[in-house]
Design a protein around this ligand. Sequence first.
Ligand SMILES: *Cc1c(COP(=O)(O)O)cnc(C)c1O
Length: 369
Amino acid sequence: MRVPLLDLKAQYAEIRGEVEAAVLEVMESQLFRGGPQVEGFEREMAGYTGCAHAAGVASGTDALYLLFRALELKPGDEVITTPFTFFATAGAIVNAGGVPVFADVRPDTLTLDPAAVEERITPRTRAIVPVHLFGHCADMDAFLDLGGRHGIPVIEDAAQALGASHNGRMAGSMGRAAAVSFYPTKNLGAAGEGGMVLTSDPALDEKVRLLRCHGARAAYLHDMVGVNSHLPALQAAVLRVKLRHLDRWNDLRRRHALRYAEALGGAEGVSLPVELPGYRHIYHQYVVRIPRRDEAKALFQAEGVGCGVFYPVPLHRQACFAAYSGDASCPVADKACGEVLALPVYPELTDGQIDTVADLLRRHVGVSD
Ligand SMILES: *Cc1c(COP(=O)(O)O)cnc(C)c1O
């Protein structure tokens, strides 16, 4: 049985009527930039996450970049983050004029380790950026405590975690601000690119809104040098439809994770993803750790079963960050890069497909029934 890593056509088949109506409505209005769809979606996202403000931008990368610009980093200002994340988290720090400082991750969730961050705080530290990796929130209580003691804002990279929560607080609502991505493969994906900045700090929200519009306070009057970065109305219209389904889709991902755990629990050599007490994991990716990972990947490819390696190379080992990460030692992240394999966990998966994937993984580690 062929099983893709993600099947967006299956999702579209289910919501085609709603999406087409929403897209047609924008076409009839001919309002493509700003307008009721964008404002409506911003309101709905603020309500969904429990933030006072939400500002649509062109991508998750831009959401991070605009947040770091809004913090007004000066040359040499440091931002501590994880090396085990998508490139954009650290790329945005450099593009905004900062210096990324990499601290190691926790061995259980592979999210940023608060103890490792504390060791790397200096008088130049201007922000701490935990990533809610694969849909499991980072240890925000510890980061908020740490940030509070040192007077350093905590910025959440919530690109992979919309709908996840930690002790009743939604991902994106816990720190000073958060970046969200609507890249098509994210749990809430646009029909193209999109992103959002969430915050309950009105001054920060205002600065991001200025920066996303070339720093213009009023037409042709520019307070700052910003960029042109907007969430298109067509994307907002599609995302409003999909937001209504997000909790149900995330529940299905959680259900699939349970079925994997039943099928794979106890399989020698397979470490399953963990959900710590008090956290709601929304399984943007279902990532196991296994021996001989590259062999498993080849086996999956040969059998027509989708899988992914997130991430094969940690950021402190990327050539473009060599100037910043010379002394970074992140052995937990290094080890994870050689062991991780993401299995299909999209909502529309059938039980039969899940069993096929689990059987294949059991075959790889040599467990027979
Ligand atoms: C996807 C992602 C981003 C970037 O989002 P884009 O919308 O693709 O620019 C940033 N951080 C993390 C952790 C991501 O997964």
